[in-house]
Design a protein around this ligand. Sequence first.
Ligand code: DOR
Ligand code: ZN
Length: 414
Amino acid sequence: MEVIEGKFYIDGEIRAASIGIEEGRIVKIGKNLTGDRIIRIEEGTVFPSMVDMHVHMREPGYAWKEDFESGTLSALHGGVTFVLDMPNTKPPVDSPENFRTKLKIASSKSYVDFGIAYLLHKKIDRSIAEEVTSFKIYMSETTNVDPVNYLMIPELIKDIKKNITVHAEFQECVQKSKKEGGNLLYHDMSRPETCEVMAVRYLGTVGGSGFHIAHVSSPDTVELSRIFGFTKEVTPHHLFLNRDMDLGSLGKVNPPLRSPFISERLRYLLSSGYIDVVASDHSPHTLEEKSDFKAAPSGLPGVETSLPLLFQAYKDSILTLDVLVKVAMERPGFLLGIPKGKIAPGYDADLSVIRLSDSRRIKSSDMHYKCGWTPFENMWGIFPRKVFIRGEMALDNFEETVEPGFGIYYKSNR
Ligand code: DOR
Ligand code: ZN
């Protein structure tokens, strides 16, 4: 047995403990455990690492924007040890063959553990449902993907027990709302909150409580989702950025950044426990692609800054640790049906060591993204100094200590 000693966040409190690890899993939590190897964490507190259930690592098909190596190295530096990759790649993950292609690429290049979401827009082969981590439905057009025919949704989701994440903007509403204009206010008006509300309202008529609503950008959607029993995620950009900031096309994303008032309401709903998950929706594009507002594709990078921004929000008294650990670690791990997100026996020893005095300004030049920029430039974040994946030290003193290919695939155990 290997042992890690230090101060841990366990069951809602920070306490001195030692945890015993066998084959990457936590097997024991106690005091002064003995083992074959003992690592003592002297500085900082040990938290579970983040489970980011919404990223676009862009492979196959768009590797000039990001690839599994650069994207998961960024994740590791941001305290994220599991990423769920979205299916809007080229080819899209909508056949067993395309699923296997992505699995092969990701397995050879990932620094952190990963899952693969399967695009649900046509009838699926039952055997593939066994293999995947989660499903994704796009109800509206967005970057590199066409909308589903929403009338097919009841049929498509039949018998699926795994997480079904929905990009909930209503296509007809998006089409009718289109406006010409070269700034974030226009982008907000051309995909208004009402489109999100309409989509979630439709999902409510489909019934069941199986949907997970991706990147909510409206307090009304949070409330409606609660009524329908859906889980919901919010992104750091909808929490900490808004359409009035001087971001230009770097802030162009779907669903759009809203007003400062709305992002404040989302922060309030998050801190009050009304939102289940924070996920990055890491969706990088190059600066060149982003150079002209109207032509720019929607999407922005974020996998490296999500957890640092959340710990900074805790330090700034915007969030409690209890909420932080639930939304960034425990709930996403649970929703995906993977043994991650908690420091408890039976879970992977995926840990991040955080010291609150490590706050520093977020700089594009420090990020590990291929695209070379972050929309959170100059904001404050607290980055992990050490990260463990399945008990192995993967980042030490802010430097990676594992190789690409270290990360392994997890399907959902549902
Ligand atoms: O802004 C977005 N970008 N929204 C999406 O739904 C897709 C994403 C992308 O893949 O770039
Ligand atoms: Zn996305």
